[in-house]
Design a protein around this ligand. Structure first.
Ligand SMILES: CC(=O)N[C@H]1[C@@H](OP(=O)(O)OP(=O)(O)OC[C@H]2O[C@@H](n3ccc(=O)[nH]c3=O)[C@H](O)[C@@H]2O)O[C@H](CO)[C@@H](O)[C@@H]1O
Ligand SMILES: C=C(OP(=O)(O)O)C(=O)O
Length: 420
Protein backbone atom coordinates (compact mmCIF):
# COMPACT_ATOMS: atom_id res chain seq x y z
CA UNK A 1 0.00 0.00 0.00
CA UNK A 2 1.33 3.46 -0.92
CA UNK A 3 2.20 6.13 1.64
CA UNK A 4 3.21 9.78 1.50
CA UNK A 5 6.29 10.97 3.34
CA UNK A 6 6.20 14.70 3.96
CA UNK A 7 8.95 16.82 5.47
CA UNK A 8 7.29 19.98 6.75
CA UNK A 9 8.43 23.57 6.94
CA UNK A 10 8.65 24.62 3.28
CA UNK A 11 6.81 27.71 2.13
CA UNK A 12 4.86 26.91 -1.06
CA UNK A 13 5.21 29.24 -3.99
CA UNK A 14 4.29 28.93 -7.69
CA UNK A 15 1.45 27.69 -9.85
CA UNK A 16 -0.86 24.71 -9.54
CA UNK A 17 -3.31 23.75 -12.28
CA UNK A 18 -6.74 22.81 -10.98
CA UNK A 19 -8.31 19.79 -12.69
CA UNK A 20 -11.86 18.94 -13.67
CA UNK A 21 -14.28 18.50 -10.77
CA UNK A 22 -14.77 14.98 -9.44
CA UNK A 23 -18.25 15.80 -8.20
CA UNK A 24 -19.33 17.19 -11.57
CA UNK A 25 -17.48 14.68 -13.77
CA UNK A 26 -19.04 11.62 -12.11
CA UNK A 27 -22.61 12.87 -12.69
CA UNK A 28 -21.81 14.01 -16.22
CA UNK A 29 -20.57 10.50 -17.00
CA UNK A 30 -23.84 9.09 -15.65
CA UNK A 31 -25.73 11.51 -17.93
CA UNK A 32 -24.26 9.40 -20.76
CA UNK A 33 -26.85 6.73 -19.81
CA UNK A 34 -29.65 9.07 -20.90
CA UNK A 35 -28.83 8.91 -24.61
CA UNK A 36 -27.92 6.29 -27.18
CA UNK A 37 -25.72 8.88 -28.89
CA UNK A 38 -22.16 9.79 -27.84
CA UNK A 39 -21.50 12.18 -24.95
CA UNK A 40 -17.95 13.50 -25.17
CA UNK A 41 -16.53 14.89 -21.91
CA UNK A 42 -13.27 16.82 -21.75
CA UNK A 43 -11.24 18.12 -18.77
CA UNK A 44 -11.74 14.72 -17.11
CA UNK A 45 -9.65 14.36 -13.92
CA UNK A 46 -7.40 11.27 -13.71
CA UNK A 47 -8.62 9.97 -10.36
CA UNK A 48 -9.78 6.59 -9.07
CA UNK A 49 -13.48 7.53 -8.79
CA UNK A 50 -13.62 8.33 -12.50
CA UNK A 51 -12.11 4.90 -13.25
CA UNK A 52 -14.73 3.30 -10.99
CA UNK A 53 -17.52 5.15 -12.80
CA UNK A 54 -16.05 3.95 -16.08
CA UNK A 55 -16.23 0.36 -14.79
CA UNK A 56 -19.84 0.88 -13.74
CA UNK A 57 -20.94 2.31 -17.10
CA UNK A 58 -19.17 -0.54 -18.90
CA UNK A 59 -20.97 -3.00 -16.63
CA UNK A 60 -24.21 -1.49 -18.01
CA UNK A 61 -22.88 -2.30 -21.47
CA UNK A 62 -22.11 1.31 -22.37
CA UNK A 63 -18.84 2.05 -24.17
CA UNK A 64 -16.43 4.49 -22.49
CA UNK A 65 -13.62 5.40 -24.87
CA UNK A 66 -10.50 7.31 -23.99
CA UNK A 67 -10.49 9.58 -27.04
CA UNK A 68 -7.14 11.30 -26.57
CA UNK A 69 -5.33 8.36 -24.97
CA UNK A 70 -4.44 10.37 -21.87
CA UNK A 71 -7.70 9.89 -19.97
CA UNK A 72 -8.63 13.55 -20.36
CA UNK A 73 -11.43 13.15 -22.91
CA UNK A 74 -13.98 10.37 -22.68
CA UNK A 75 -16.61 9.42 -25.21
CA UNK A 76 -19.55 7.65 -23.59
CA UNK A 77 -22.47 5.98 -25.32
CA UNK A 78 -24.18 2.96 -26.79
CA UNK A 79 -26.89 0.52 -25.89
CA UNK A 80 -27.54 -0.39 -22.26
CA UNK A 81 -27.37 -4.17 -21.90
CA UNK A 82 -27.61 -4.49 -18.10
CA UNK A 83 -29.62 -2.44 -15.58
CA UNK A 84 -27.70 -3.84 -12.60
CA UNK A 85 -25.24 -1.80 -10.51
CA UNK A 86 -23.49 -4.49 -8.45
CA UNK A 87 -22.45 -4.29 -4.81
CA UNK A 88 -18.70 -4.50 -5.50
CA UNK A 89 -18.77 -1.25 -7.49
CA UNK A 90 -21.41 0.65 -5.50
CA UNK A 91 -19.65 -0.15 -2.21
CA UNK A 92 -16.44 1.39 -3.62
CA UNK A 93 -18.13 4.62 -4.63
CA UNK A 94 -21.43 5.97 -3.35
CA UNK A 95 -21.98 8.20 -6.40
CA UNK A 96 -22.90 4.93 -8.19
CA UNK A 97 -26.44 5.42 -6.79
CA UNK A 98 -26.86 8.13 -9.42
CA UNK A 99 -27.39 5.56 -12.17
CA UNK A 100 -30.74 4.70 -10.60
CA UNK A 101 -32.74 7.65 -12.00
CA UNK A 102 -31.25 7.57 -15.52
CA UNK A 103 -31.68 3.76 -15.84
CA UNK A 104 -35.30 4.02 -14.72
CA UNK A 105 -35.94 6.89 -17.13
CA UNK A 106 -34.41 5.18 -20.17
CA UNK A 107 -34.87 1.45 -19.46
CA UNK A 108 -37.88 1.64 -17.08
CA UNK A 109 -36.03 -0.67 -14.71
CA UNK A 110 -32.93 -0.67 -12.46
CA UNK A 111 -31.34 -2.95 -9.89
CA UNK A 112 -28.83 -0.98 -7.85
CA UNK A 113 -27.04 -2.13 -4.71
CA UNK A 114 -27.81 -0.05 -1.62
CA UNK A 115 -24.67 1.97 -0.94
CA UNK A 116 -24.65 1.73 2.87
CA UNK A 117 -22.80 4.17 5.09
CA UNK A 118 -19.20 5.32 4.95
CA UNK A 119 -16.51 6.90 7.13
CA UNK A 120 -18.32 10.25 7.30
CA UNK A 121 -21.89 9.17 8.06
CA UNK A 122 -24.77 6.75 7.54
CA UNK A 123 -25.77 8.50 4.30
CA UNK A 124 -29.20 7.03 3.58
CA UNK A 125 -30.79 7.36 0.11
CA UNK A 126 -34.42 7.68 1.25
CA UNK A 127 -34.92 11.02 -0.52
CA UNK A 128 -33.72 9.56 -3.83
CA UNK A 129 -36.17 6.66 -3.49
CA UNK A 130 -39.17 8.70 -2.29
CA UNK A 131 -38.64 11.23 -5.08
CA UNK A 132 -38.50 8.50 -7.74
CA UNK A 133 -41.67 6.93 -6.25
CA UNK A 134 -43.37 10.31 -6.62
CA UNK A 135 -42.41 10.17 -10.31
CA UNK A 136 -44.22 6.81 -10.53
CA UNK A 137 -41.47 4.27 -9.84
CA UNK A 138 -42.30 1.08 -7.93
CA UNK A 139 -39.46 0.36 -5.55
CA UNK A 140 -38.66 -2.78 -3.59
CA UNK A 141 -35.63 -3.49 -1.40
CA UNK A 142 -34.38 -7.03 -1.62
CA UNK A 143 -31.09 -8.72 -0.71
CA UNK A 144 -29.31 -5.38 -0.28
CA UNK A 145 -30.51 -4.16 -3.67
CA UNK A 146 -32.95 -1.47 -4.77
CA UNK A 147 -35.18 -2.94 -7.43
CA UNK A 148 -37.01 -0.14 -9.21
CA UNK A 149 -39.50 -0.39 -12.09
CA UNK A 150 -41.58 2.07 -14.03
CA UNK A 151 -43.35 -0.15 -16.60
CA UNK A 152 -45.13 2.72 -18.34
CA UNK A 153 -42.24 5.16 -17.91
CA UNK A 154 -41.84 7.94 -15.33
CA UNK A 155 -44.35 10.77 -15.03
CA UNK A 156 -43.57 14.37 -14.08
CA UNK A 157 -44.72 15.51 -10.62
CA UNK A 158 -43.88 18.04 -7.91
CA UNK A 159 -41.22 16.68 -5.55
CA UNK A 160 -40.45 18.56 -2.36
CA UNK A 161 -37.11 17.56 -0.87
CA UNK A 162 -37.00 17.74 2.96
CA UNK A 163 -33.30 18.69 2.67
CA UNK A 164 -31.39 20.13 -0.30
CA UNK A 165 -29.56 16.85 -1.00
CA UNK A 166 -27.03 17.06 -3.82
CA UNK A 167 -27.39 13.42 -4.87
CA UNK A 168 -31.21 13.30 -4.63
CA UNK A 169 -31.48 16.50 -6.69
CA UNK A 170 -29.19 15.03 -9.37
CA UNK A 171 -30.92 11.63 -9.48
CA UNK A 172 -34.37 13.19 -9.82
CA UNK A 173 -33.17 15.82 -12.28
CA UNK A 174 -31.71 13.22 -14.64
CA UNK A 175 -34.74 10.92 -14.28
CA UNK A 176 -37.13 13.81 -15.01
CA UNK A 177 -35.46 14.75 -18.31
CA UNK A 178 -37.11 11.72 -19.98
CA UNK A 179 -40.31 11.61 -17.88
CA UNK A 180 -43.72 12.46 -19.36
CA UNK A 181 -44.76 16.01 -18.53
CA UNK A 182 -43.42 18.54 -16.04
CA UNK A 183 -41.41 17.80 -12.89
CA UNK A 184 -40.73 20.40 -10.26
CA UNK A 185 -37.99 19.79 -7.70
CA UNK A 186 -38.59 22.07 -4.74
CA UNK A 187 -35.78 22.72 -2.23
CA UNK A 188 -33.30 21.50 -4.84
CA UNK A 189 -29.58 21.70 -4.06
CA UNK A 190 -27.80 24.60 -5.78
CA UNK A 191 -24.18 23.39 -5.91
CA UNK A 192 -22.17 24.59 -8.95
CA UNK A 193 -21.68 20.94 -9.99
CA UNK A 194 -25.47 20.66 -10.41
CA UNK A 195 -25.45 23.77 -12.60
CA UNK A 196 -22.73 22.15 -14.73
CA UNK A 197 -24.90 19.04 -15.08
CA UNK A 198 -27.95 21.15 -16.04
CA UNK A 199 -25.91 23.01 -18.68
CA UNK A 200 -24.82 19.71 -20.23
CA UNK A 201 -28.31 18.14 -20.05
CA UNK A 202 -29.88 21.20 -21.71
CA UNK A 203 -27.30 21.00 -24.48
CA UNK A 204 -28.30 17.35 -24.88
CA UNK A 205 -31.85 18.50 -25.51
CA UNK A 206 -33.32 18.49 -22.00
CA UNK A 207 -35.67 21.32 -20.97
CA UNK A 208 -34.59 22.39 -17.50
CA UNK A 209 -35.00 25.84 -15.95
CA UNK A 210 -34.17 27.26 -12.54
CA UNK A 211 -30.52 26.19 -12.50
CA UNK A 212 -28.73 27.53 -9.42
CA UNK A 213 -32.02 28.26 -7.62
CA UNK A 214 -33.96 26.20 -5.09
CA UNK A 215 -36.58 25.14 -7.66
CA UNK A 216 -35.76 23.16 -10.79
CA UNK A 217 -38.47 22.79 -13.43
CA UNK A 218 -37.99 20.00 -15.95
CA UNK A 219 -40.21 19.44 -18.98
CA UNK A 220 -39.64 15.87 -20.10
CA UNK A 221 -38.59 15.15 -23.69
CA UNK A 222 -38.73 11.98 -25.82
CA UNK A 223 -34.95 11.54 -26.19
CA UNK A 224 -31.64 13.27 -25.52
CA UNK A 225 -28.76 13.47 -27.98
CA UNK A 226 -24.96 13.47 -27.82
CA UNK A 227 -22.89 16.63 -27.24
CA UNK A 228 -19.42 17.74 -26.17
CA UNK A 229 -18.98 19.22 -22.72
CA UNK A 230 -15.96 20.39 -20.72
CA UNK A 231 -16.16 19.51 -17.00
CA UNK A 232 -15.98 22.55 -14.69
CA UNK A 233 -12.87 23.17 -12.57
CA UNK A 234 -12.82 21.45 -9.18
CA UNK A 235 -13.71 24.11 -6.58
CA UNK A 236 -12.80 21.76 -3.72
CA UNK A 237 -9.36 20.95 -5.16
CA UNK A 238 -8.88 24.71 -5.61
CA UNK A 239 -9.97 25.45 -2.02
CA UNK A 240 -7.71 22.67 -0.75
CA UNK A 241 -4.60 24.17 -2.40
CA UNK A 242 -5.66 27.60 -1.14
CA UNK A 243 -5.37 26.12 2.37
CA UNK A 244 -1.90 24.81 1.42
CA UNK A 245 -0.87 28.41 0.70
CA UNK A 246 -2.55 29.53 3.91
CA UNK A 247 -0.98 26.96 6.23
CA UNK A 248 2.56 27.36 4.82
CA UNK A 249 2.47 31.17 4.57
CA UNK A 250 2.92 30.68 0.84
CA UNK A 251 1.90 32.31 -2.43
CA UNK A 252 0.09 30.12 -4.96
CA UNK A 253 -1.59 30.90 -8.25
CA UNK A 254 -4.34 28.33 -8.78
CA UNK A 255 -4.85 28.14 -12.52
CA UNK A 256 -8.42 27.48 -13.63
CA UNK A 257 -9.85 28.16 -10.16
CA UNK A 258 -13.12 30.13 -10.20
CA UNK A 259 -13.67 32.61 -7.37
CA UNK A 260 -17.40 32.72 -8.20
CA UNK A 261 -17.77 29.08 -7.02
CA UNK A 262 -15.86 29.68 -3.78
CA UNK A 263 -17.62 32.63 -2.11
CA UNK A 264 -17.96 31.20 1.42
CA UNK A 265 -14.50 29.60 1.28
CA UNK A 266 -12.86 32.86 0.20
CA UNK A 267 -14.66 34.79 2.96
CA UNK A 268 -13.37 32.31 5.55
CA UNK A 269 -9.82 32.42 4.13
CA UNK A 270 -9.80 36.22 4.29
CA UNK A 271 -11.16 36.24 7.83
CA UNK A 272 -8.36 33.85 8.76
CA UNK A 273 -5.75 36.28 7.40
CA UNK A 274 -5.19 34.70 3.98
CA UNK A 275 -5.27 37.04 0.99
CA UNK A 276 -7.25 35.93 -2.07
CA UNK A 277 -7.03 37.74 -5.39
CA UNK A 278 -9.35 36.75 -8.24
CA UNK A 279 -7.51 36.89 -11.58
CA UNK A 280 -8.61 36.01 -15.07
CA UNK A 281 -8.86 32.21 -15.11
CA UNK A 282 -6.95 31.89 -11.80
CA UNK A 283 -7.04 32.65 -8.11
CA UNK A 284 -3.94 33.86 -6.31
CA UNK A 285 -3.74 32.97 -2.62
CA UNK A 286 -1.03 34.19 -0.26
CA UNK A 287 -0.34 34.87 3.40
CA UNK A 288 2.21 37.18 4.94
CA UNK A 289 0.71 37.95 8.36
CA UNK A 290 -0.42 35.53 11.09
CA UNK A 291 -3.31 33.10 10.73
CA UNK A 292 -6.33 34.08 12.86
CA UNK A 293 -8.97 31.76 14.32
CA UNK A 294 -12.40 31.84 12.66
CA UNK A 295 -15.77 30.20 13.27
CA UNK A 296 -17.20 28.13 10.44
CA UNK A 297 -20.43 26.24 9.92
CA UNK A 298 -20.84 23.84 7.01
CA UNK A 299 -24.04 24.30 5.00
CA UNK A 300 -25.46 23.43 1.58
CA UNK A 301 -24.22 25.73 -1.20
CA UNK A 302 -23.85 28.73 -1.16
CA UNK A 303 -22.81 28.07 2.46
CA UNK A 304 -19.39 26.80 3.50
CA UNK A 305 -18.84 23.32 1.95
CA UNK A 306 -18.46 20.30 4.18
CA UNK A 307 -15.84 19.06 1.68
CA UNK A 308 -13.54 21.92 2.83
CA UNK A 309 -14.08 21.42 6.56
CA UNK A 310 -11.17 19.09 7.33
CA UNK A 311 -8.67 21.20 5.34
CA UNK A 312 -9.71 24.36 7.22
CA UNK A 313 -9.40 22.55 10.51
CA UNK A 314 -5.79 21.66 9.74
CA UNK A 315 -5.03 25.26 8.80
CA UNK A 316 -6.76 26.71 11.86
CA UNK A 317 -4.87 24.34 14.16
CA UNK A 318 -1.90 26.74 13.96
CA UNK A 319 -3.93 29.98 13.95
CA UNK A 320 -3.77 32.60 16.70
CA UNK A 321 -6.71 32.13 19.07
CA UNK A 322 -9.57 29.68 18.97
CA UNK A 323 -11.87 28.57 16.17
CA UNK A 324 -15.13 26.66 16.19
CA UNK A 325 -16.13 24.46 13.29
CA UNK A 326 -19.69 23.13 13.24
CA UNK A 327 -20.47 20.30 10.83
CA UNK A 328 -24.17 20.27 9.88
CA UNK A 329 -24.15 18.05 6.77
CA UNK A 330 -22.61 14.75 7.94
CA UNK A 331 -22.92 13.32 11.45
CA UNK A 332 -19.46 11.76 11.63
CA UNK A 333 -17.05 13.98 9.70
CA UNK A 334 -14.44 14.58 12.41
CA UNK A 335 -12.33 11.44 11.95
CA UNK A 336 -9.30 13.64 11.21
CA UNK A 337 -9.41 15.20 14.69
CA UNK A 338 -7.57 12.43 16.59
CA UNK A 339 -4.97 12.25 13.82
CA UNK A 340 -4.41 16.04 13.87
CA UNK A 341 -4.15 15.86 17.67
CA UNK A 342 -1.44 13.20 17.30
CA UNK A 343 0.50 15.88 15.41
CA UNK A 344 0.18 18.31 18.32
CA UNK A 345 -3.09 20.08 17.47
CA UNK A 346 -5.47 20.96 20.33
CA UNK A 347 -8.93 20.11 19.09
CA UNK A 348 -11.93 18.99 21.16
CA UNK A 349 -15.15 17.73 19.66
CA UNK A 350 -18.48 18.48 21.35
CA UNK A 351 -21.31 16.89 19.37
CA UNK A 352 -21.34 18.46 15.93
CA UNK A 353 -18.83 21.18 16.82
CA UNK A 354 -15.06 21.12 17.16
CA UNK A 355 -13.14 23.70 19.17
CA UNK A 356 -9.67 24.31 17.80
CA UNK A 357 -7.19 26.06 20.07
CA UNK A 358 -4.32 27.26 17.90
CA UNK A 359 -0.85 25.93 18.76
CA UNK A 360 2.51 27.46 17.84
CA UNK A 361 3.60 24.46 15.78
CA UNK A 362 2.62 20.94 14.79
CA UNK A 363 5.04 18.04 14.80
CA UNK A 364 5.34 15.32 12.19
CA UNK A 365 3.98 11.86 13.05
CA UNK A 366 2.78 8.66 11.41
CA UNK A 367 -0.92 9.25 10.66
CA UNK A 368 -3.68 7.44 8.87
CA UNK A 369 -6.12 8.71 6.26
CA UNK A 370 -9.78 7.89 6.96
CA UNK A 371 -11.57 9.53 4.03
CA UNK A 372 -10.82 11.72 1.06
CA UNK A 373 -10.81 15.22 2.56
CA UNK A 374 -9.52 14.06 5.96
CA UNK A 375 -6.52 12.66 4.09
CA UNK A 376 -5.68 16.04 2.63
CA UNK A 377 -6.06 17.75 6.00
CA UNK A 378 -3.24 15.49 7.24
CA UNK A 379 -1.08 16.42 4.24
CA UNK A 380 -1.67 20.09 5.03
CA UNK A 381 -0.72 19.53 8.65
CA UNK A 382 2.39 17.65 7.48
CA UNK A 383 3.42 20.52 5.19
CA UNK A 384 3.43 22.91 8.15
CA UNK A 385 4.73 20.51 10.82
CA UNK A 386 8.26 20.24 12.16
CA UNK A 387 9.85 16.98 11.04
CA UNK A 388 8.47 14.07 9.06
CA UNK A 389 4.87 12.94 8.60
CA UNK A 390 4.08 9.53 7.14
CA UNK A 391 0.53 9.34 5.80
CA UNK A 392 -0.78 5.84 5.14
CA UNK A 393 -3.97 4.60 3.44
CA UNK A 394 -3.66 7.20 0.73
CA UNK A 395 -5.98 5.24 -1.53
CA UNK A 396 -8.67 7.48 -0.01
CA UNK A 397 -6.84 10.47 -1.48
CA UNK A 398 -6.42 8.86 -4.90
CA UNK A 399 -10.22 8.70 -5.17
CA UNK A 400 -10.47 12.44 -5.68
CA UNK A 401 -7.12 14.25 -6.02
CA UNK A 402 -4.91 13.88 -9.07
CA UNK A 403 -1.11 13.85 -8.77
CA UNK A 404 -0.99 15.40 -5.30
CA UNK A 405 2.74 14.73 -4.83
CA UNK A 406 3.66 16.13 -8.25
CA UNK A 407 1.52 19.26 -7.85
CA UNK A 408 2.84 19.99 -4.34
CA UNK A 409 6.48 19.18 -5.11
CA UNK A 410 6.37 21.58 -8.07
CA UNK A 411 5.62 24.47 -5.69
CA UNK A 412 8.30 23.57 -3.17
CA UNK A 413 6.86 20.88 -0.88
CA UNK A 414 9.05 18.00 0.27
CA UNK A 415 6.63 15.15 -0.41
CA UNK A 416 7.31 11.69 -1.74
CA UNK A 417 5.08 8.76 -2.58
CA UNK A 418 6.49 5.41 -1.51
CA UNK A 419 5.20 1.90 -2.12
CA UNK A 420 5.78 -1.01 0.25
C1 LIG B 1 -20.13 12.58 -5.32
C2 LIG B 1 -20.59 13.84 -4.67
O1 LIG B 1 -21.00 14.78 -5.34
N1 LIG B 1 -20.51 13.90 -3.36
C3 LIG B 1 -20.89 15.11 -2.68
C4 LIG B 1 -22.38 15.09 -2.40
O2 LIG B 1 -22.66 13.90 -1.66
P1 LIG B 1 -24.17 13.43 -1.50
O3 LIG B 1 -24.89 13.66 -2.77
O4 LIG B 1 -24.14 12.05 -0.95
O5 LIG B 1 -24.66 14.44 -0.39
P2 LIG B 1 -26.14 14.86 0.01
O6 LIG B 1 -26.28 16.34 -0.18
O7 LIG B 1 -27.13 13.96 -0.64
O8 LIG B 1 -26.14 14.53 1.57
C5 LIG B 1 -26.25 15.51 2.57
C6 LIG B 1 -26.88 14.92 3.81
O9 LIG B 1 -28.19 14.46 3.52
C7 LIG B 1 -28.35 13.13 3.95
N2 LIG B 1 -29.26 12.43 3.01
C8 LIG B 1 -29.02 12.48 1.66
C9 LIG B 1 -29.85 11.82 0.79
C10 LIG B 1 -30.93 11.09 1.30
O10 LIG B 1 -31.70 10.47 0.56
N3 LIG B 1 -31.13 11.06 2.64
C11 LIG B 1 -30.32 11.71 3.53
O11 LIG B 1 -30.53 11.67 4.74
C12 LIG B 1 -26.93 12.55 3.91
O12 LIG B 1 -26.81 11.43 4.74
C13 LIG B 1 -26.11 13.73 4.38
O13 LIG B 1 -26.10 13.78 5.78
O14 LIG B 1 -22.73 16.26 -1.67
C14 LIG B 1 -22.10 16.34 -0.38
C15 LIG B 1 -22.65 17.58 0.33
O15 LIG B 1 -22.24 18.73 -0.31
C16 LIG B 1 -20.58 16.38 -0.55
O16 LIG B 1 -19.98 16.32 0.72
C17 LIG B 1 -20.10 15.21 -1.38
O17 LIG B 1 -18.75 15.38 -1.73
C1 LIG C 1 -17.60 13.06 0.42
C2 LIG C 1 -17.06 13.15 -0.79
O1 LIG C 1 -17.32 12.32 -1.83
P1 LIG C 1 -18.38 11.10 -1.88
O2 LIG C 1 -19.76 11.71 -1.84
O3 LIG C 1 -18.10 10.49 -3.21
O4 LIG C 1 -18.10 10.21 -0.71
C3 LIG C 1 -16.11 14.22 -1.14
O5 LIG C 1 -15.89 14.45 -2.34
O6 LIG C 1 -15.55 14.86 -0.21
Amino acid sequence: MDRFIIRGGNRLEGEITIGGAKNAGLKLMVAGLLTSERLRLSNVPRIADIATMRDLLMQHGVAVEDVTGDGRTLSIGGAITSVEAPYDIVSKMRASILVLGPLLARMHEARVSLPGGCAIGTRPVDMHLKGLETLGAQIALDGGYIHARAPGGLKGERVILPFASVGATENLLMAATLARGRTEIVNAAREPEICDLVTCLNRMGARISGSGTGTLVIDGVEALHGVEHAIMADRIECGTYACAAGITGGDLRLIGGRASDLGAVIRALEEAGVEVIAEENAIRVRRNGPLRGVDIMTEPYPGFPTDMQAQFMAMLSIAEGASMITETIFENRFMHVPELNRMGARINVHGSSAIIRGVDALSGAPVMATDLRASFSLILAGLAARGETVLSRIYHLDRGYEAVDRKLAAVGAAIERVSD
